[in-house]
Write a protein that binds this ligand. Structure first.
Ligand SMILES: Cc1ncc(COP(=O)(O)O)c(C=O)c1O
Length: 473
């Protein structure tokens, strides 16, 4: 494979799919690569084309893209407006250093995002994706407290089952156990709170009592650690990779109020929930009634066409360390590609489409139907829970509630369901025992019907086969 020379034009045209798979097998190290199987035929299919909510694989199979890539293809695949903006910007000025110059697309996109963030979150810092967005926000918290002369106020409050990225610091604040083995993480300044998981809440506790329970835990933790040692609280409005966990009613406002009382920065990680997924540009205020200090975003900002992320921050926070209060400091955190003009042009074009096609209104209109149709699956014996918000949905497979949730058997059956769905034309991408659906914002009712029909057939058929094999009672 060393002398392989697949040209851009040939690869894009898809003329040599077997060569592309061979190149991946020999040279590509993918996220979450099984080291045991490295070098073997990849078990990830090669996708060759996308259009709207549809993907096509090398075998020519048409697939409804249930997770919208990685919750990111908001306006759908193959929108010429974004492709043209990328090409035009690349031919105008393909790069400019954010250290020494301004460029129009990053300035315009910062203003455009600031116009749709809640409250006084009026400044935007651009990064290369979600991990770098969260990492930069957390580093801002450290910088901020150092400039304020509060060197001890650095502990990060995070939640079990939260996911915030794959950098050194963001992996450490991610509370999902599966991301940990064999990595070294600096955990001293991180304190984990319980996941606001309504499905696994203590037996007999109603929603209001569960919320009180979580709030009491937060208050106790602050009391124990001391507010003087805590720099920020980081929270996804809805825990995405953790399994579409929608916190109990009132949780967002109460956690924010506690943070404000103790001068703890509230970072709302909207990498998944931002840019229309819950029917609004951002979910923090319009869905959950909070104006955080910092909102992180990525993914849907460019509809996944090119990498981009960032955070928006409040004037009130900046004012505490700007101007005369700055002590001549520099926020010396940055990337070669902060505000990359081609990426920002794609962001502007994607926002144009979301606005022009009324996609926020469309999501608000169609999301109740999406949730209701997914909920019909609850009658299947293998389905333990169906939950969601906006265009985020989760069908949790539970083989035997008495044995607990998310067992190895549940995960095995979910993998089988995923494979069967794929054969029937639906991409699921299971997260352990959860079939998570987060389609592109452009999805129609008919496509939702198809998604739910394939899920129902696949879950039913896997259940019948598992019973025949004696895996289920
Ligand atoms: C809530 C959240 N934050 C951060 C990230 C990290 O984003 P990225 O993979 O773009 O680095 C993710 C990725 O899924 C995410 O779901």
């Amino acid at each position: 494979m060393k002398d392989s020379k697949l040209s851009a034009a040939e690869v894009i045209a898809g003329w040599n799919a077997p060569d592309q798979v061979a190149a991946a097998q020999a040279h590509l190290l993918s996220p979450f690569e099984s080291m045991e199987k490295l070098g073997q035929t990849p078990d990830r299919p090669l996708l060759t084309r996308g259009e709207g909510v549809w993907l096509y694989d090398e075998a020519g199979r048409q697939l409804l893209d249930g997770p919208a890539g990685m919750w990111c293809t908001q306006v759908g695949y193959a929108r010429p407006e974004i492709a043209e903006a990328i090409a035009a910007q690349a031919m105008t000025i393909s790069y400019s250093s954010p250290w020494y110059f301004l460029n129009g697309p990053s300035a315009a996109l910062a203003a455009r995002i600031a116009a749709v963030t809640p409250g006084d979150l009026n400044h935007v810092f651009f990064t290369t994706g979600g991990s770098s967005a969260v990492d930069s926000a957390l580093r801002f918290m450290q910088f901020y407290n150092n400039v304020l002369g509060r060197a001890g106020k650095k502990t990060i409050l995070a939640r079990i089952d939260g996911y915030h990225g794959s950098s050194h610091l963001t992996a450490a604040v991610s509370g999902r156990a599966g991301n940990r083995p064999n990595f070294d993480l600096e955990m001293e300044t991180i304190s984990f709170l319980s996941a606001p998981n309504m499905f696994t809440r203590p037996e007999g506790m109603d929603e209001a009592a569960f919320c009180d329970h979580l709030i009491a835990e937060l208050e106790e933790r602050i009391e124990t650690l001391g507010a003087d040692s805590i720099g920020c609280f980081i929270a996804e409005p809805v825990l995405a990779s953790g399994g579409i966990l929608v916190p109990p009613q009132g949780y967002h406002q109460r956690t924010l109020e506690i943070c404000r009382r103790h001068d703890i920065l509230y970072i709302s990680d909207e990498v998944v929930t931002g840019f229309g997924r819950l029917g609004h540009w951002f979910a923090s205020e319009e869905v959950y009634g909070i104006t955080p200090d910092i909102i992180t975003f990525a993914k849907g900002v460019t509809s996944g066409y090119v990498p981009l992320g960032g955070f928006a921050i409040s004037d009130a926070v900046l004012a505490r360390i700007a101007g005369e209060k700055s002590k001549q400091s520099f926020y010396s955190n940055g990337y070669t590609y902060s505000g990359q003009p081609v990426a920002c042009a794609a962001g502007l074009a994607s926002m144009d489409i979301i606005e022009g096609d009324g996609l926020l209104e469309h999501v608000r209109d169609i999301a109740p139907y999406f949730q209701a149709q997914l909920a019909t699956l609850a009658d299947l014996p293998l389905v333990g829970d169906v939950r969601g918000a906006g265009l985020l949905g989760c069908v949790e497979i539970v083989a035997d509630r008495a044995k607990g949730v998310s067992t190895d058997l549940d995960a095995k059956l979910t993998l089988r369901i995923d494979r069967l769905c794929y054969d029937k034309g639906l991409i699921v991408r299971p997260i352990r025992s959860m079939c998570v659906m987060s389609p592109a914002l452009v999805i129609t009712r008919e496509q939702i019907d198809l998604m739910v029909r394939i899920l129902r057939e696949s879950i039913t058929e896997v259940g019948i086969a598992a019973r025949a094999e004696g895996l289920l009672p």
